[in-house]
Design a protein around this ligand. Structure first.
Ligand SMILES: [Zn+2]
Length: 232
């Protein structure tokens, strides 16, 4: 199916022609810019500096993240945000490792960040001096330094077309309060990302765990890609 919103190569992070550079190294889908700018402005009027931590991410970048974690070069976190050390990683099965990884990191070709519709946001002016951004729940939820921003987003972003696909943990991707998605475009992207397109893209890539991924793909597709929070 040919879509005016996004092509298969764009959908899987392998082409960037649907994007424009919104800020240095921060690329957004062309049709997201207007409403994200409006959201930023509305936030500004309430005293928040809404910045992008991460917008578009390419297939290559996601592949690098994936391979670094799968090979153990970068630690995989457990569900409590604690790094599994090498000994633990050696003890768990390959399949357990795959699902630990999927809890935090999208399979390349399936990241919503490929679409340019999904953005990780924060407010640099609310970070304590010397503190770097962690993208952890404790920063955003009650008591965290982004809690007020988070609440403001909850109450206001829907008017600009944004919502949180990972608002609550429901057995797939972790709860990610910082991750917002532009619904009018993202809802058209998700149905275009089918298992055949994912399998074809994975097959051609130098990806760690390829045969296990392809074997588990029907579960991954259902539990981590389609299993998002619905917009209320
Ligand atoms: Zn994200």
């Amino acid at each position: 199916m040919i879509s005016s919103v996004i092509t298969p190569k764009q959908l899987t992070g392998q082409e960037q022609t649907h994007l424009i550079e919104f800020a240095p190294n921060r690329l957004l889908h062309k049709q997201v810019v207007k409403d994200f700018t409006a959201l930023q402005l509305a936030a500004k009027q309430q005293g928040f500096t809404l910045h992008i931590a991460s917008a578009f991410r390419s297939f290559e970048r996601q592949l690098q993240i994936w391979n670094n974690k799968y090979s153990g070069r970068v630690a995989i976190l457990d569900k409590n945000e604690v790094a599994l050390d090498c000994k633990q990683t050696n003890k768990i099965t390959e399949t357990e490792k795959l699902y630990q990884l999927l809890h935090w990191s999208a399979l390349p070709a399936t990241s919503r960040h490929h679409w340019g519709t999904d953005i990780d946001v924060y407010d640099p002016t609310l970070l304590p001096l010397g503190q770097s951004l962690q993208l952890q729940k404790s920063e955003y939820l009650s008591g965290g330094y982004f809690a007020e921003l988070n609440e403001w987003l909850t109450n206001n972003m829907q008017a600009f077309g944004f919502y949180r696909p990972y608002q609550n943990y429901q057995g797939g991707v972790a709860e990610e309060p910082w991750h917002i998605s532009y619904f009018p475009i993202a809802e058209k992207c998700l149905p275009l990302l089918d298992e055949t397109l994912i399998a074809d893209t994975i097959n051609k890539a130098s990806i760690q765990g390829k045969s296990l991924i392809l074997q588990q793909l029907p579960i991954i597709y259902k539990q981590y890609i389609c299993n998002i929070n619905q917009r209320k």
